[in-house]
Design a protein around this ligand. Structure first.
Ligand code: UD1
Ligand code: UDP
Length: 371
């Protein structure tokens, strides 16, 4: 009899990073794989499911306009209870630090189902930064039986919290698997991206962090205006997150500005190639901090903390916060100082070799065989 494992996720980044894991699990003949999506995100999740050809067995379809943490948490908890009770998987795999991650792990715990945590051990050790992700991933770590740490730093964080060494595997980050499976040398942009002038310097921008909502986001966008005013060979391309709280401020500050391209969230394939074709990335995203170093793109991180110190140490990522003046100064330095730019643009890859997913699948197979 094959062992049943269920992969659960709900948002865009989880889907991108779990897609290679699902594929690797499906290649193991000893495993029966089920996929459940909470659809904490809807359109942004479906974009990824389509690209990677994932057809979920369960879809809780729980996203609501302007949802809050209470609503997501309770809908995931109750929704996953029903799914787990029906399927009775032997292991549930969750990813990272969203509210889907935590609530799906908690629901599994309530039914005494083992939990595997992919992208385990990232920490800032600041309760509210990022919010609520630091607590989501810490609590998920407490619930997990198997911890798939992307790096040695993440493993050390888990050990410091008392996780037993034999429960931790350093696998690399599956986002590198996804990136390698997606980026192709002969890729051609289509639609609105084909119209961009890549002889100009493109700054690729994304923002969505809850702790940046409001004034901090406004400061970030105002800094972008300052940069555009100073450098007339620079364009800003900004695929705007679907969250209305983000969209309101983006529209207020950036709508109608010359050389600012506000576009819908891109499918992962064009987005990854756009990252590769950009001059500079400015973001508060977690995933971009892992992908951009692999593509040799400097990243200015629009946050006060990062749980990804490897990229900072490698020198391709710099934490610049959300102060308007500071962001402007840091971007200006990279746009004027070629040496500083080249120093950051070294392609290094602290997050793995693109083989994280097969490693995880092998551990899962062996764990369930012996369990
Ligand atoms: C969520 C995660 C965050 C992760 C981010 C990745 C939590 C609490 N937050 O934040 O950790 O880094 O996803 O992007 O788990 N919306 C749509 N369509 C979509 C997606 C979102 O319309 O496809 C809108 C909805 O109005 C929704 C809102 O965005 O209510 C917020 O979505 P939510 O998942 O609560 O928060 P994010 O900021 O996306
Ligand atoms: N991404 C995408 N389309 C976009 C913007 C981002 O496919 O328009 C991808 C990006 O390459 C990365 C992931 O989405 O893999 C990051 O998602 P997000 O910033 O929403 O979440 P975080 O990583 O901060 O949790």
């Amino acid at each position: 009899m094959r062992n049943k494992v269920m992969v659960v996720f709900g948002t865009r980044p989880e889907a991108i990073k779990m897609a290679p894991v699902i594929k690797a699990l499906q290649e193991m003949e000893q495993l029966e794989v089920r996929v459940a999506v909470t659809a904490q995100h809807r359109e942004m999740l479906d974009q990824v499911l389509d690209l990677f050809g994932i057809v979920p067995d369960y879809d809780l379809n729980l996203m609501r306009e302007n949802q809050d943490l209470f609503g997501i948490t309770s809908r995931v908890l109750e929704g996953m209870r029903d799914v787990y009770e029906r399927e009775r998987p032997r292991l549930v795999l969750v990813h990272g630090d969203t509210t889907t991650t935590f609530a799906a792990a908690l629901a599994a715990f309530y039914l005494r189902i083992a939990v595997g945590h992919v992208e385990a051990g990232l920490r800032t050790r600041r309760k509210y930064s990022p919010f609520p992700e630091e607590m989501n991933r810490t609590l998920t770590g407490r619930l997990a039986d198997l911890h798939f740490a992307p790096t040695e730093t993440a493993r050390a964080n888990l050990l410091a919290e008392g996780v037993a060494p034999f429960r931790i595997w350093v696998t690399g980050n599956t986002v590198i698997d996804a990136l390698y499976q997606t980026v192709k040398p002969d890729y051609r942009f289509t639609g609105e991206l084909a119209e961009l002038d890549f002889t100009r310097r493109i700054i690729l921008v994304t923002t969505h962090r809850r702790e940046n909502w409001g004034t901090k986001m406004r400061q970030i966008y105002e800094a972008l205006c300052d940069i555009l005013e100073e450098f007339d060979d620079v364009d800003v391309v900004f695929p705007v997150h679907k969250n209305p709280v983000v969209r309101d401020v983006v529209e207020e500050v950036l709508e109608g500005r010359e050389r600012v391209y506000l576009i819908e969230p891109l499918d992962y394939e064009p987005f990854a190639h756009l990252m590769a074709a950009s001059h500079l990335v400015m973001t508060d995203s977690g995933g971009l901090q892992e992908e951009a170093p692999s593509l040799g793109k400097p990243v200015l991180v629009l946050r006060d903390t990062t749980e990804r110190p490897e990229a900072v140490e490698a020198g391709t990522v710099k934490l610049v916060g959300t102060d308007r003046r500071r962001i402007y100064e840091e971007a200006k330095r990279l746009l004027t100082d070629e040496e500083a730019y080249q120093k950051m643009a070294r392609a290094v890859n602290p997050y793995g070799d693109g083989q994280a997913a097969p490693r995880i699948a092998k551990v899962v197979r062996d764990f369930l065989h012996n369990y």
